[in-house]
Write a protein that binds this ligand. Sequence first.
Ligand code: THU
Length: 135
Amino acid sequence: MGILVNDIERQLFSAAKAVRLNSFSPYSGFRVGAALLSAKSGKIFTGTNVENSSFGGTICAERSAVVKAISEEGKIEIASLIVVSNANPPAPPCAICLQVLSQFCKSDTPIMLSDLEGNVERYTFGDLLPHPFIL
Ligand code: THU
């Protein structure tokens, strides 16, 4: 486990930790916050998980952040992304989110997985999804 090393990382962490509190997760009780840095604008976009009584309708925190970013900026490039939860070890993006993220990440894009204290595990996108589906 590592620590947050610069202002951008601390901002991403704080934003994801804060938005996590808005999680709508009455079924799992598992709250997740995500924050991505747009390479295009330098802006941070956040997302949280939104569950549905038809469970397959659930939207994860990571996809929420992607949808918000693209709604504001059009096609983005993700410079880095953090996922914050209370899981130990910290939760990675699910496979559906990884496939969605693959449109906007490069293989070397940094992905941080964090607990609520900012203890982070560091990966590249390619570590987590080495073989995305590309049409
Ligand atoms: N979830 C996320 O939002 N992101 C992840 O990285 C893993 C899982 C959500 C989906 C669901 O609301 C809850 O966590 C339990 O699976």
